[in-house]
Design a protein around this ligand. Structure first.
Ligand code: MV4
Length: 456
């Protein structure tokens, strides 16, 4: 039985995991960097261990310090949260070798899904729809040319070791291919230490729709419906919701079945997310699998009334799944509140929170680590809170979110709250008419269509 969990993370997700531990009667151990001494996760945990300097490399990413903290505190398990070491197969393997339970999938599943081209091949073999393109990585320019000619332009070159929008290159014509091939490989080598690229047909106006899956160690794998994640800026999600405004019961059944097949193909255990691109004709294609709990997991929780983090811990403890599949019961929307100035290209805005009032009331959940007087350090991710609304319809979830955003007072720093208010006034957002390019083609403040050059 798991009695003590070390949380290898910071910020709101560390707080979220500590809450799950406490509800399960499990002790929580926080780790923190020198810049996070006054962080909420340190206060809420039963024990806290300083693991190093402010920079992530010397703290939250430093495996030996985290393993040492687990051993010193006598933790039975480590929850990695998201980011940092969550999808590092070496870390999962070291936990296993040290006799510490890693609350997540196997190192093998993490490694396989980490190579995007290998993952795609595995999915294709398992019968999961994939974007037409190369079978795995492409080995020469000649081969790239042949495949591009066969599938037709435009095509995308993607780094095998990339993901989340890193290392992608759009190619419109055969003339552009040679340069793109060289630069894509150079960039992939520089960024990931692996030059491998694969090629696929470019889907022009895709929506990003992902399925939450969860599997126990006894062979049961289920899906918990989809999340719509198309409102993104430079591959950073800003708003997510469940269910997707374009989903139908028939499409959900087909995509959910594909998501379960994807997880089963890699013997997946614990919580994971299967990402799909959905084109204008609602054809769907496997894109990536995220082998971690995600930032946006609360919209699934609030649309179904489940607790995914507690379920993760139970699964790691060897228990059977305690939740059943179900169509969405409620509609839920999440707005990511970042310490950024949306009027100046979303530039980071760290500093002291001088005054704070967080909203509440019916249908509002706030996941956050901030408090009045807290100083947001400049070293980490700029997300400071997640506003999650839920209600019996999308309209109710939207009006509750709008009300909560208006109610919030966060002074001393800039936040993305004005952006979210504008989005909830936006007729396209209200109607569910958007795709992944929405914020690259529209000025968020005026809602006017603008070219990318104008916006920088
Ligand atoms: C694509 C695509 C169009 N066609 N692949 C971006 C993140 C990475 N996981 C894959 N991405 C894309 N892949 C093909 N064949 C468009 C994107 C894309 C995108 C996808 C999801 C959410 C936002 C996006 C923003 C720009 C491009």
């Amino acid at each position: 039985m798991i009695r003590k969990v070390l949380i290898a993370n910071r910020g709101e997700i560390a707080v979220r995991i500590i809450r799950a531990c406490h509800e399960l009667g499990i002790e929580a151990v926080a780790v923190y960097s020198k810049a996070d001494r006054d962080s909420l996760h340190v206060r809420l945990a039963d024990q806290a261990i300083c693991i190093g300097e402010a920079s992530s490399q010397q703290s939250y990413l430093h495996i030996p310090s985290i393993i040492a903290a687990a051993e010193i505190s006598g933790a039975d398990a480590i929850h990695p949260g998201y980011g940092f070491l969550a999808e590092n197969p070496d870390f999962a393997q070291i936990c296993e070798d040290t006799g510490i339970i890693f609350i997540g999938p196997s190192a093998e599943a993490i490694a396989l899904m980490g190579n995007k081209s290998a993952a795609k091949e595995t999915m294709k073999k398992a019968g999961v729809p994939v974007v037409p393109g190369s079978d795995g990585s492409v080995h020469s320019l000649k081969e790239a040319k042949e495949i591009a000619d066969a599938i037709g332009y435009p095509v995308m070159l993607k780094a095998a070791a990339g993901g989340g929008g890193k290392g992608m290159r759009l190619v419109h014509t055969p003339e552009e291919l040679e340069r793109a091939w060289i630069t894509a490989r150079n960039e992939a080598e520089a960024a990931f230490g692996n030059p491998e690229v694969y090629i696929e047909k470019f889907i022009t106006k895709p929506r990003h729709i992902e399925f939450q899956v969860i599997a126990d160690t006894h062979g049961t794998t289920i899906h918990l419906n989809e999340r719509e994640c198309s409102i993104q800026r430079r591959h950073q999600k800003l708003i997510e919701e469940a269910p997707s405004p374009i989903m139908t019961p028939e499409l959900r059944e087909k995509m959910g079945e594909a998501a379960i097949r994807a997880a089963e193909a890699v013997d997946y255990v614990n919580a994971g997310t299967v990402e799909f691109l959905v084109d204008e004709d609602r054809n769907f294609y496997f894109m990536e699998m995220n082998t971690r709990i995600q930032v946006e997991h609360p919209v699934t929780e609030q649309s179904l009334g489940v607790d995914l983090v507690k379920e993760q811990i139970r699964i790691a403890d060897g228990q059977h799944l305690s939740i059943q599949p179900s169509p969405p019961l409620y509609h839920s929307i999440e707005c990511r509140i970042n310490a950024e100035d949306p009027y100046h290209y979303f530039r980071p805005s760290p500093g002291r929170i001088e005054r704070l009032h967080l909203p509440g009331g019916p249908g509002i959940r706030i996941d956050s680590h901030i408090y009045q007087g807290y100083v947001i350090p400049p070293y980490y991710d700029s997300m400071i809170a997640k506003f999650i609304s839920y209600g019996t319809s999308r309209e109710e979830a939207m009006s509750r979110m709008y009300r909560a955003l208006q109610e919030a007072i966060i002074e001393g720093i800039h936040t993305t709250i004005p952006f979210h208010i504008r989005m909830l006034e936006n007729p396209d957002f209200i109607a569910g008419n958007f795709d992944t390019r929405y914020l690259d083609t529209h000025d968020w403040n005026t809602m006017e269509v603008v070219s990318t050059e104008e916006r920088r």
